[in-house]
Design a protein around this ligand. Structure first.
Ligand SMILES: C[S@@+](CC[C@H](N)C(=O)[O-])C[C@H]1O[C@@H](n2cnc3c(N)ncnc32)[C@H](O)[C@@H]1O
Length: 274
């Protein structure tokens, strides 16, 4: 499935979609003309948007490594997982904690189509599913949590690493993403961790306003949020040091970034205490 060659059922390629635009910025091939056109419009407003996408993906890797390492977590629930690609939750756990179970959730059928194409790499040698893909919607968290693919893979009595990375901006305020996230957090036991990134107007208000306008023209939902609104997603979970910070500043791997505000995402990880 490469650029415009074959289209899995259920996908309207005339409409741009966030999973495929993100794939385009990351240099992937699971995108179509409409995704590339809106992706380029976003890039005009924020010329560093590809760097932002890469930095967001790097944070995901650091957060998963933290959860698997310091927190000893072996079960991950990645909601808004995107098209399978290098540096995603499955590929990071495969290296740092191969005994992990990973449930990847997305509401875009192209994500499932890719997962089916790579089914072999998702199972262990004895055929046990290490990573499963589930088509479900963050806006229906009770349904998502009760899905047989999820309940078969995850033991919700043991700590879970929940990833909500670059997905909450795709849910409008009217859909109350805070309530949906609270339902997910309530369902997880103490010791669980949540990682969130969210694009924000706090870093460059006019560029973000231009992107929102481009999204509206492309009939796509995009809601940047201020730091206070992002903080509310974490509820009463305890922030892991250094709290909610610009995405490049969260546990940088080498030298601290020279301009941490260059990627317009807030990011943080928090833990549920008993
Ligand atoms: C920008 S991508 C982020 C991919 C990945 N989390 C990362 O940060 O590298 C956002 C993903 O969220 C998915 N998504 C959007 N709205 C969703 C919803 N309501 N429920 C589940 N997934 C959703 C999109 O299909 C897309 O794959």
């Amino acid at each position: 499935m490469t650029n415009d060659q074959s289209v899995p059922p259920g996908i309207d390629t005339r409409l741009p979609h966030s999973a495929r635009m993100y794939d385009y910025w990351l240099g992937g091939s699971s995108n179509f003309a409409a995704d590339r056109a809106l992706g380029q419009a976003f890039e005009q407003a924020i010329p560093s948007i590809r760097t932002m996408a890469r930095e967001n993906r790097r944070f995901l890797g650091r957060a998963v490594r933290y959860m698997a390492g310091e927190a000893g977590i072996r079960q991950f629930l990645d909601i808004g997982t995107g098209v399978p690609a290098a540096g995603d939750t499955h590929s990071v756990t495969a290296i740092v904690a191969p005994d992990s179970r990973v449930v990847c959730v997305d509401n875009d059928p192209i994500v499932q189509a890719h997962a089916q194409a790579h089914a072999e790499s998702l199972t262990t040698d004895d055929g046990t599913a290490r990573t499963v893909y589930l088509k479900a919607d963050l806006r229906r968290p009770d349904e998502l949590l009760a899905a047989p693919a999820l309940t078969a893979a995850l033991d919700l009595d043991r700590p879970v690493g929940l990833l909500l990375v670059a997905v909450l901006m795709l849910v409008t305020d009217e859909d109350d993403p805070w309530a949906h996230v609270a339902t997910l957090l309530d369902a997880l036991p103490p010791g669980s961790h949540v990682a969130i990134t969210h694009p924000s107007q706090d870093f460059n208000p006019s560029a973000m306003a231009d992107v929102v306008r481009a999204a509206e023209q492309g009939r796509m939902t995009l809601v940047p949020r201020g730091r206070g609104q992002v903080e509310r997603f974490f509820g009463d979970w305890e922030p892991v040091d250094p709290g909610i910070v610009p995405v490049m500043s969260w546990h940088p791997e080498s030298e601290p970034p020279t301009d941490p505000n260059a990627a317009y995402y807030w990011a943080g990880v928090a833990r549920k205490n008993p």
